[in-house]
Design a protein around this ligand. Structure first.
Ligand code: AKG
Ligand code: FE2
Length: 173
């Protein structure tokens, strides 16, 4: 349960306060209930913040880092934050579903797909949680503390495909 206390009284119209900074969830999947105050935002691939408006009887389902790795990035861990715009308390409830601690996350060959590059080394779930939780920055700051930073196969280069059909990724060696 998250309780965001009311931002200061002097809040003017259109003022915004960050209740929870941009982050991705470490989980596989997160299910979020937010009250009617709203404020949850998700960042598009292009970097645009979009409101997830509260809707009665509706829950938000977030893809987390573990699912991103397991799906070999077929699914993207959502970058999200909470913005407070009104001088009132806000409540939310987040359920983080993870694999068991000792489970190894490794995208199945069928998920990676023939001819595609495997983006992540297999890793133990609890090791990733420790990596993120072992310091304050790892919990809510992305730079250097993403699942890519933890388990991404390092010796990959992004190259332009010869066919000119777009950007492809190849593993060196
Ligand atoms: O309060 C919310 O709506 C979202 C909370 C959240 O993103 C989190 O606890 O990881
Ligand atoms: Fe979150």
């Amino acid at each position: 349960m998250n309780n965001y206390s009311s931002p200061s009284e002097g809040l003017e119209d259109h003022d915004e306060v960050e209740g929870l900074g941009m982050h991705t969830d470490m989980s596989c999947v997160t299910i979020v209930y937010q009250d009617e105050i709203g404020g949850l935002q998700v960042r598009s691939k292009e970097g645009k913040w979009m409101d997830i408006s509260p809707c009665e009887g509706t829950l938000v389902v977030n893809v987390g880092d573990m699912f991103q790795a397991w799906s070999n990035e077929k699914l993207r861990s959502s970058e999200h934050r909470v913005i407070l715009k009104q001088p009132v308390n806000r409540f939310s409830l987040a359920f983080f579903w993870c694999f068991e601690d000792q489970k190894v996350i490794s995208a199945p060959d069928d998920v990676v797909g023939e001819g595609n590059v495997r983006i992540y080394e297999p890793f133990v779930c609890s090791d990733y949680l420790k990596f993120r939780e072992s310091n304050e920055r790892g919990r809510f700051e992305k730079v250097g503390f993403t699942v890519r930073g933890f388990a991404g196969i390092k010796d990959q280069q992004v190259i332009k495909c010869d066919s000119g059909k777009g950007i492809g990724s190849v593993a060196c060696n």
